[in-house]
Ligand binder design. Structure first.
Ligand SMILES: Nc1ncnc2c1ncn2[C@@H]1O[C@H](COP(=O)(O)OP(=O)(O)O)[C@@H](O)[C@H]1O
Ligand SMILES: [Mg+2]
Length: 253
């Protein structure tokens, strides 16, 4: 294990229902960067995040976070998880929500003001969440995930439903947080967001089809946007898969 890695996954197997979501997945996530986990709906992003946070039942392989098994007690204060969809209380104010989540996370109360400033909601502290705009609402969820100063923040589709300007604002905020040393693992099914990360994990059908950087992705595929680059990779990946299946069949003969 390299101590610059936040997460090391080796041979992970996960079944959900009758479906094998991961059949031996391996990857590493470096510390202190914004890592984008990008891929279409159903590819396994949420399952991977749940495995890293330690709330997913797994069926083989290992997931280590900062050198500890995922979900272990020592990681409780170190790792935070913003689930898909908003989990805040719409009838409470911004401050009340964050106070509540601070008490659940056993974070100091003083954290509430720090976090509100960090996510740009200090001026909205007394506002009921119901009255916030979409972008502000997403920032309340982000604020909740930042309470207690975690070292790894896992955010599942935090920009979903936002217009491009608000999405860009949130990604800028992720960048600021990562610059201060926190590892940010952020999922999205919107390919354009791929270009905003330091590193990219492109996922499809339970497999990582690329572990790369935005620059490298565009250079490797000769494309100028992420969506086209992803399609190029998928075509290549399918070609390789056909090749592997064919050579396996030939070996079996
Ligand atoms: N509770 C569940 N029971 C059975 N299958 C599930 C369950 N949750 C997710 N799956 C399946 O696991 C696969 C990966 O899902 P998920 O990790 O939610 O993907 P994503 O977050 O990328 O949309 C999908 O095929 C989905 O249908
Ligand atoms: Mg999901």
């Amino acid at each position: 294990m390299n101590n610059s890695d936040a997460v090391v996954i080796d041979g992970l197997r996960v079944r959900r229902g009758r479906r094998e979501v991961f059949d031996g997945l391996s990857l590493r996530i470096p510390r202190g960067q914004v890592i984008g986990l990008l891929g279409p709906s159903g590819c396994g992003k949420t399952t991977l995040m749940r495995s890293i946070v330690g709330v997913q039942r797994t069926h083989g392989g290992s997931v280590e976070v900062f050198g500890e098994p995922a979900g272990s007690r020592r990681l409780r204060r170190v790792v935070s998880y913003g689930t898909q969809g908003s989990a805040v209380y719409t009838d409470l104010t911004v401050r009340e929500n964050l106070r509540y989540f601070a008490s659940v996370a056993a974070a100091p109360r003083s954290d509430v003001d720090r976090v509100m400033r960090q996510v740009g909601l200090a001026a909205h502290a007394q506002q009921t969440v119901d009255d916030l705009s979409g972008g502000q609402l997403n920032r309340v969820s982000l604020g909740a995930a930042l309470l207690g100063a975690p070292e790894l923040v896992v955010l599942d589709e935090p920009t979903v439903g936002l217009d491009p300007v608000l999405r860009a604002e949130l990604w800028n905020l992720f960048r600021e947080i990562a610059d201060a040393g926190t590892t940010m693992l952020v999922s999205s099914h919107v390919m354009d967001e791929a270009l905003r990360c330091d590193r990219l994990l492109l996922m499809r059908d339970g497999r990582i089809v690329a572990d790369t950087t935005p620059q490298q992705l565009l250079a490797d595929t000769g494309q100028s946007d992420a969506e086209a680059a992803f399609l190029t990779l998928i075509r290549r990946d399918e070609g390789e898969h056909r090749e592997t299946r064919r050579s396996r069949r030939e070996e079996e003969r």
